[in-house]
Ligand binder design. Structure first.
Ligand code: FE2
Length: 462
């Protein structure tokens, strides 16, 4: 089958997901409502945006990374989008390097065998953005004002390996705490980069086998690594899958001292987790809240042809849970916070690693394609929630929390997200976190559509 015909079946190349071709800059955008004068900073969102139509089988994770940003200052907003200048994009342009659905190729000197796209996640560290990849790739440093790529970040040549998406910044210490994993080696790695960009710690952790984690937990003193029952499989690729679920394998969390040292492992009933809500310490306990995957209740839809299995796996459905791990007794327990289905959780990132009461998630419709119909604000202590629905036919992105400067209240601030509708109109919505169900206080009109994508981040003062 020719490449173009295959692409017709791929839901992640069309509609809300269709890539945009232009790199656009626009100032003084028109606004419905009023941008709060105190809102000063930028919301950035990463996502896949194939630079050319894929020639072979194309996974949603394969698209070249593109960052969309909206900056707010003095009640005004500007927008810009740029590709992430990964080594692979710069070296090969739009040339069709193999994606994760294609058989891997021996590539001496490379740490992954696939097109490394940095398309998944963003952290704001040391005054720059770092674009990070799901399959743990080379971090790419990006200017937080222009979105121009600065370099492949190696921290002065000291970074020994890769950095995975969902590595985290501790806003109290300014440190970047990262993890790395490998498709073929039974190991994970963790490390620490200081506020000013110096690698200060790196260590290797042994596992029973290679693993495919997606996130980690961070507390004041620990990293929480995920040993989950999902692994990469070359064999599965032949069945148009990319990963396999090993049903009889437990879920384990490895609590590793940030300063270095052996992990303490805690075993729980088998489950998979994409995204951590937050983690913190309470006395002797390390606590992690996360969205635990539940069956999506859907069947692979033959209309997606060879992409039916991929679309089914990507139809995320999850519920919020909390795991408590006692570092003194070695005992652990799992508690369900709520039974509503949500994902892509975020918190006030000033409090990453410290106990948070509130989290903000996206809501889905029941479609196999991931469409975010609204946001949900949780009180994590009680499980109570409030909903913010987008208008009918309007779909959002993972939001980021923009704190009110100088306020000590955790939820004093705004949620910022991009939206898109089927006509190709996009906006940036600013939602008052304390008046959550109300319409946005500001809807900023964007000059082009922002395709649905992955993760967002707020950069205060950027
Ligand atoms: Fe993610």
């Amino acid at each position: 089958m020719a490449g173009n015909a295959l692409n017709n079946f791929n839901p992640y190349l069309h509609g809300l997901y269709a890539p945009v071709r232009e790199e656009v800059s626009a100032d003084d955008l028109s606004v419905v409502g009023e941008i709060p004068r105190d809102l000063h900073g930028a919301y950035f969102r990463n996502g896949p945006n194939p630079a050319s139509p894929p020639k072979g089988m194309h996974h949603w994770f394969d698209g070249d990374g593109m960052i969309h940003g909206v900056w707010f200052e003095n009640g005004k907003a500007r927008y810009r989008n740029r590709y992430v200048g990964t080594q692979d994009l710069r070296a090969n342009g739009a040339a069709d390097m193999p994606g994760i659905f294609e058989p891997s190729k021996d590539a001496p000197g490379r740490k992954v065998n696939y097109r490394d796209t940095a398309n998944t996640d963003l952290v704001y560290h040391n005054g720059k953005l770092l674009a990070l990849w799901y399959i743990s790739g080379q971090p790419v440093a990006v200017d937080a004002q222009t979105l121009e790529t600065i370099r492949t970040e190696t921290f002065g040549g000291k970074l020994p390996r890769n950095i995975s998406a969902h590595s985290k910044v501790d806003q109290v210490t300014g440190e970047l705490v990262f993890f790395d994993y490998a498709l073929y080696e039974p190991k994970m790695w963790t490390g620490n980069v200081s506020r000013d960009g110096v690698l200060t710690q790196f260590q290797e952790i042994d596992l029973p086998g290679p693993r495919l984690p997606h996130d980690m937990g961070l507390t004041e003193n620990y990293v929480i690594l995920h040993d989950l029952p999902v692994i990469f499989s070359e064999a599965a690729i032949r069945n148009r899958m990319w990963q396999i679920h090993v049903a009889d394998q437990p879920t384990r969390f490895g609590v590793v001292p940030r300063k270095g040292g052996a992990p303490k492992w805690f075993e729980f009933p088998t489950c998979y987790i994409y995204h951590v809500i937050n983690a913190w310490e309470e006395g002797d306990e390390v606590v992690m809240a996360a969205c635990k995957m539940v069956p999506n209740g859907l069947k692979p839809d033959p209309k997606y042809g060879p992409y039916a299995a991929m679309a089914d796996v990507l139809a995320l459905r999850a519920q919020p849970f909390r795991w408590r791990m006692n570092m003194k007794t070695g005992e652990g327990c799992e508690e369900q916070i709520d039974d509503a289905v949500s994902e892509f959780p975020v918190v006030n990132t000033d409090m990453t690693g410290r106990k948070t009461k509130f989290s903000y998630h996206v809501l889905f419709d029941n479609c196999i394609e991931q469409r975010f119909t609204g946001l949900l604000k949780y009180d994590l202590e009680t499980g109570a929630s409030e909903r913010h629905e987008f208008p009918q036919g309007v779909y959002g992105s993972e939001p980021a929390f923009a704190p009110q400067e100088g306020s000590a209240a955790e939820d004093d601030g705004w949620l910022v997200t991009f939206t898109a509708d089927k006509y190709g109109n996009s906006e940036a919505h600013v939602i008052d976190a304390r008046n959550f169900a109300a319409p946005p206080v500001a809807r900023v009109k964007l000059p082009q559509r922002v395709p649905a994508g992955f993760h967002g981040v707020w950069a205060q003062g950027a």
